[in-house]
Ligand binder design. Structure first.
Ligand SMILES: [Fe+2]
Length: 208
């Protein structure tokens, strides 16, 4: 790929809170089909994972009466990981060159290049872990620009939260809340605290 996830325009768009987010619809299947060819393992993985995240996000949305549009929730879930194909993660059949941690920002760049609206690009950019802060990125030397990449809108928080319950390897079944907490804790106490904050927002979710 000829572009970097770190270009200034992308970072400005992703972090500009003054930009009005219009929830335009997206043909997610066309974007998935363009980058994930039929018959490849990575296509099966992303479709399975993203569908699971979408179904769980919809369960949470309904059980909490979040008032979010079902198509928007489903589309956000289906595209949040679109950037994995550009990363170096052979275990899940991703043969790109970027560090896996970059898949959110790479996905955001890809989505904007495909003409997708900002709301879905923001979901991709801000879903990694329970979000990442500039301080963590700097302190841990992560291969990302030192900016806050935290989920802010309710929709961004929902997709980020639901995503934590599904791995892209192993049996790909929903994890228990205890397993999710344990994996968040491995990334540090701040990460766990942010997950627990999301958990409080969505505490009526069926996983508990
Ligand atoms: Fe995901």
């Amino acid at each position: 790929m000829g572009w970097s996830p770190f270009d200034e325009e992308l970072l400005r768009i992703i972090t500009d809170d003054a930009i009005d987010i219009a929830y335009l619809s997206v043909d997610y299947q066309t974007i998935i089909d363009k980058y994930y060819r039929p018959g490849t393992k990575v296509r099966d993985i992303i479709l399975s994972h993203s569908s699971s995240v979408g179904e769980f996000a919809l369960e949470i949305s309904h059980s909490n009466s979040l008032g979010l549009d079902d198509d928007i929730v489903k589309t956000g879930a289906m595209l949040h990981d679109i950037g994995i194909i550009l990363t170096d993660a052979p275990g899940i059949d991703c043969r790109g060159s970027a560090p896996y941690l970059c898949h959110g920002l790479l996905g955001a760049r890809l989505l904007l290049d495909e003409g997708a609206p900002l709301w879905v690009a923001r979901i991709a950019a801000r879903h990694t872990g329970a979000g990442l802060t500039a301080r963590e990125i700097k302190a841990e030397g992560l291969p990302l620009p030192c900016i806050d990449l935290l989920p802010e809108t309710l929709l961004e928080k929902l997709i980020c939260y639901a995503d934590k319950f599904y791995s892209k390897s192993g049996n790909m079944q929903r994890k228990s809340i205890e397993r999710v907490r344990a994996s968040m804790e491995r990334y540090g106490s701040e990460s766990l605290a942010r997950f627990n904050h999301l958990d409080r927002i969505f505490r009526n979710c069926p996983a508990q």
